[in-house]
Design a protein around this ligand. Structure first.
Ligand code: GLU
Length: 547
């Protein structure tokens, strides 16, 4: 067989050579040990937590080593592509702060190693396809769907491994005449790799997460180019990661079964094999057993979920670090205020079997993260969230920024900051009562007569002075308590509750309910300071009028 002639026959228009491409995309000028890596998601419209795990792992590995992170859009599967999905992808990754040095952007590319959308690289793949054919390492296959299913059925009946290999590789050794005849008839073809591997042979391989693996050689003649000339993932992976000068491939471990083929393909193409970082799936507890997070069952798999709930990006990031590197939490305890980038991330610390995702833990982490933010930062992030997910609330926040910031400042900054908010969605239930529109009428404990409550509120209004400090304010509440025959001695009350009609805590609650509509609120003295005299008095008076 004249392979050169076959290559010319199949790819008459390809005039570029691998050498030209090598020159066009030179080795990068990166420092010794720098990791050049990428995110290579498919634009399916669904960006999930697994993408983020992969993204943060590759981002850390690249930037921690002075390397490069780029974004490559793997859009070879046109059937699965949803319009606008590339933009959703780019925007979501941006929202999570994954800083790409180069790659696909909304309106094109940034960087010297593109195009960064695979469908725009068809010409590049064909250069290497032609090379493989000219060397007798790839060949066209004209099998029809029917022939392939007949093959599969026969293999199943014989209890053999299914696939296009060995004696089943029908087009492996056809003559030029047979190929020419098919081409003349206009029949579609795919390009297949001519595997020289044998399943009898095994070799050792080192994965940065999985450790030492024993790999069985691939003997299947996998498809390199589909009938539309677009490459399969495997071929695009080899060509792109070579030409983009990727040193480390960080990807999900669903690719492990085809790794033997990838290794073989890099070798056949004369490419240096990158290092591999195969990440296990995200798991969750379901009852007492672990299972993979599933798109169908678990809304928390979608990144849109975290945005809509209002988890700050910082919190999600912080949490993902805790599940990726087991020593992150210890580091955080020792360095409570350090930026996560100062942590020494290591792919070796990833759990080879996959990380366990625990929603309750994320909520905890998020509470901590928010509690450490300043009121201004909370205000900015909350407002940004509310603009998208609760426009009415956003309007109120924007209408009086100083008011909102002073509310959000309550209990912040000290050694033990309050932890009321885990997500921005919690903010309205927590602070909504400050806004008259969200204020609810109180429902008092029916152990107390309306008359008693009313007299407490009336007495309070006669003594209330916003100029009082917190101690003076509370002394007045205590004085009212005693006047109505309730006790300020909580110890005595606990020892014998029947001895007293009520306590200073009940009196405080009456006032709290009148001012906030609820039994729980941040420090009431502070709340009233922020509301101001006029609104505090107005609210108490309005409640008195209902009693
Ligand atoms: N497009 C592939 C995926 O989304 C990329 C895998 C890789 O990173 O190589 O699974």
């Amino acid at each position: 067989m004249d392979y050169q002639a076959l290559a010319q026959l199949l790819f008459p228009n390809v005039t570029d050579t691998p050498e030209m491409l090598e020159e066009k995309f030179p080795l990068r000028n990166a420092p010794e040990g720098a990791v050049i890596t990428r995110m290579a998601p498919s634009p399916t419209g669904f960006v999930h937590l697994g993408n983020l795990v992969q993204g943060l792992t590759s981002e850390r590995m690249a930037h921690q080593s002075g390397g490069v992170l780029f974004l490559r859009v793997e859009d070879t599967d046109a059937k699965r592509e949803v319009p606008g999905a590339v933009e959703v992808l780019i925007d979501t990754l941006k929202h999570y702060g994954i800083a790409f040095d180069e790659g696909a952007t909304h309106d094109g590319d940034s960087g010297n190693y593109g195009p960064y959308r695979q469908r725009q690289r068809a010409g590049i793949y064909h250069v290497y396809a032609k090379k493989l054919v000219s060397e007798g390492q790839a060949y066209p296959c004209f099998c029809t769907e029917q022939e392939l299913s007949a093959m599969r059925e026969k293999q199943e009946a014989n209890k053999e491994t299914t696939g296009y290999y060995g004696q089943y590789a029908m087009w492996r050794d056809r003559s030029m005449e047979e190929i020419q005849a098919q081409l003349n008839a206009g029949n579609p073809w795919v390009l297949r790799f001519k595997s020289t591997g044998s399943v009898e042979n095994q070799f050792k391989f080192d994965d940065l997460v999985k450790g030492k693996l024993t790999i069985t050689e691939n003997n299947v003649d996998h498809v390199l180019l589909k009938s539309d000339g677009i490459p399969t993932y495997h071929f695009a992976h080899a060509v792109d990661d070579h030409l983009m000068r990727t040193t480390h491939v960080v990807r999900g471990d669903e690719w492990l079964p085809t790794l033997p083929f990838h290794i073989q393909l890099f070798k056949a193409l004369g490419f240096k094999l990158p290092k591999y970082v195969h990440i296990g799936p995200l798991m969750k507890m379901d009852g007492t057993s672990k299972r993979k997070l599933s798109k169908r069952k678990d809304p928390e798999l979608a990144l849109t979920f975290y945005k809509a709930e209002g988890f700050p990006v910082k919190a999600v990031y912080e949490y993902i670090m805790t599940i990726l590197n087991s020593n992150f939490e210890d580091w955080r305890r020792a360095n409570p205020d350090a930026h996560t980038d100062e942590f020494k991330f290591s792919p070796k610390k990833l759990n080879p079997a996959g990380s366990l995702f625990d929603y309750a833990k994320l909520v905890d982490v998020s509470k901590n993260v928010i509690s450490k933010m300043g009121a201004e930062e909370v205000y900015e992030l909350l407002t940004e969230w509310a603009k998208e997910f609760d426009p009415d609330f956003a309007e109120k926040l924007v209408a009086d920024k100083d008011f909102a910031v002073s509310i959000l400042a309550i209990g912040r900054g000290g050694k033990k900051p309050r932890k009321d908010l885990a997500v921005w969605k919690d903010a309205k239930p927590y602070m909504g009562f400050f806004y008259d529109d969200y204020l609810e009428l109180p429902v008092f404990d029916d152990r107390f007569e309306n008359e008693v409550i009313k007299s407490v509120l009336e007495k309070f209004l006669t003594v209330y002075d916003p100029a009082d400090d917190s101690a003076a304010w509370f002394d007045k509440v205590k004085a009212i308590t005693e006047e109505i025959g309730f006790t300020t001695d909580m110890k005595a009350y606990k020892a014998d509750p029947t001895a007293f009609p009520g306590t200073v805590a009940d009196v405080s609650t009456f006032i709290r309910q009148a001012v906030t509509g609820q039994t729980n609120s941040p420090d009431l003295y502070t709340v009233m300071q922020i509301l101001g005299k006029e609104r505090s008095v107005e609210r108490i008076q309005a409640v008195i009028d209902t009693l």
